[in-house]
Every structure is written in structure tokens, then in C-alpha cells.
Design a protein around this ligand. Sequence first.
Ligand SMILES: [Zn+2]
Length: 288
Amino acid sequence: MATFHLFPQLPTELRLAIWHLCLPHRVVELDYQREDLLFGAKRPCAKNAALTDANTRIPALSRVNREARGVALESWQPHPEPLSDSPELADWASGIIPVPRVDSHRTQFVHLNWAPAQDIDADWPADGDPLRYAMWVADQMPGSEISLDASLLEDVQYNSIHSEKHPWTREELQDLMRRRKSFTVVVQEPIFIHGDFHRVAQTGLWGLLGDAPVQIVHADEEARLNSFVELGREEGMKLSSDPFKNPLKDRLQELSDTVMAVFGSDENAPRLVPAFMFRYCPHNCASN
Ligand SMILES: [Zn+2]
């Protein structure tokens, strides 16, 4: 990288503004981190949760110099905790692996990594309401969107009746979801990209300093979607699955069938926006 010698001579406000631009916009993941169940993927990076951990670390900006570190620390605030007088929120929140700190002003997505279908063990689900909690967290983060796994909706599509494993009946879920205008829905398993970190950081796709290893991309953001896939196809890089090869049209059709099954032709139904999740793993995974 070229050195910009005049940077220290810029007015402080300008330097601070530049540091702020280097802060990552991240996906805040809410999940149980049950290693055996996470995504159903068998890659070491999926199982050891190291990647999720990297996604919650203090921004890389903190390592540049003291001034930059101040900016990073200031953006890095404790994760909001629901009041104990709302047990539906507090109970579920107490069951997830807490994200210790977040940048509420730069959170792009609050992603609920939970679905009844993942619940194959008897000790699930935890008490409380995962979706209500995710909606509450997103409310604390101006400008963020909520993202869900398509399997959450699919489960309600096929099981309309309340059971131990489902926090809501179909009607209850409709009522809850109608409170927001739109939700992002990740329509297939997360796509892992492996390979050289410097190459990845150069692309800017994972934040200007490469410190936002989890990204959600809407299906209609074609240019951005292409950039991720092209990066994964480069020599020395690995893409765990190619969204353009697994028929994209089928996934989108399935989502629209699900929406129809869950909401019917309700005019007040929230908009469900299809998306993909990309996860960058810097490790040289054995299963690669
Ligand atoms: Zn990996």
C-alpha cells in the first residue's frame, strides 16, 4: 500500500472522519453456537465458531495508532440487554452466546441464526421468543435490517400448529412479522470462501480493513453478488458452493411459495427479500 505522508498534517476532524470510514459494517449474529448443528456444515470453520468469533472482535482499526484506536473503542459499545421485565426477550437472550460488544450504528444486519428445524435435540428450544428478541435488537440499531434463515419460515409453512419446538403458531408468527415492513431471508446454507487474507482484504468486500468476515448480500444486488462469487473462483481461493450453479431460480421460487403459504395474499405481509450469506475463513481447512 502507498504511504500517505501528509496524513498527520490533516486537521483532526478530517483524520477522525477518515478513521470512521474505516470501521466495519457487520452482521450481528444471534445464535446458540451449537457446534454440531451450526449450518449443518462439516467444515472446521463452521464447527469451531472461530469465524463468528472473528466477526465480533474489536475493529482492526484499533491496531493502527492511538487516535484510530480511540475511534474504534468509541464505536464498540456493550451489546444491548433487554430489561428483565420482558421475559420473552430476556429468556431467549440468556440462552444465546452473548456478543459482548457491537457497533450499533454500523450494524448492517441482525441475523437470527435459529430455526425450529435445526432443533433435533430434546433440550431445545430455550425459553422465550427468538424472533421477538432479534426484532428488539434490530430496533436498538438504527439502520439495521433483520435477517432470518429461510428454514425458520419453511418450518412454519409445514407446521402451522403450535408445538414444543415452535414458539409460535402460524398466526402468531404472522402477527409478529407484520410489525416490520421487511425481512431479509437467507435462502441457502452460508457460502464459505477460503484463501489468502490479503487478497480478500484488497477487494473491500469484507470491510475496508477486511474485518467483517460475515456478509449478507441481497439476491438482487447482482454486481456485489458477482464480486463475491468471482473472488471465490479465483486461483488459490475456494468457494464452498456456487449460488449461480445451484439453481437460484428454484431457491427464489421456494421462498415465494413459503411466503404464500405463511401469509397468503395478505397486503400487510412484510416484504421478504432473498439473500445469500458469505463467510470468509482465513484458515487452511483440511476439508478444503
Ligand atoms: Zn475454514
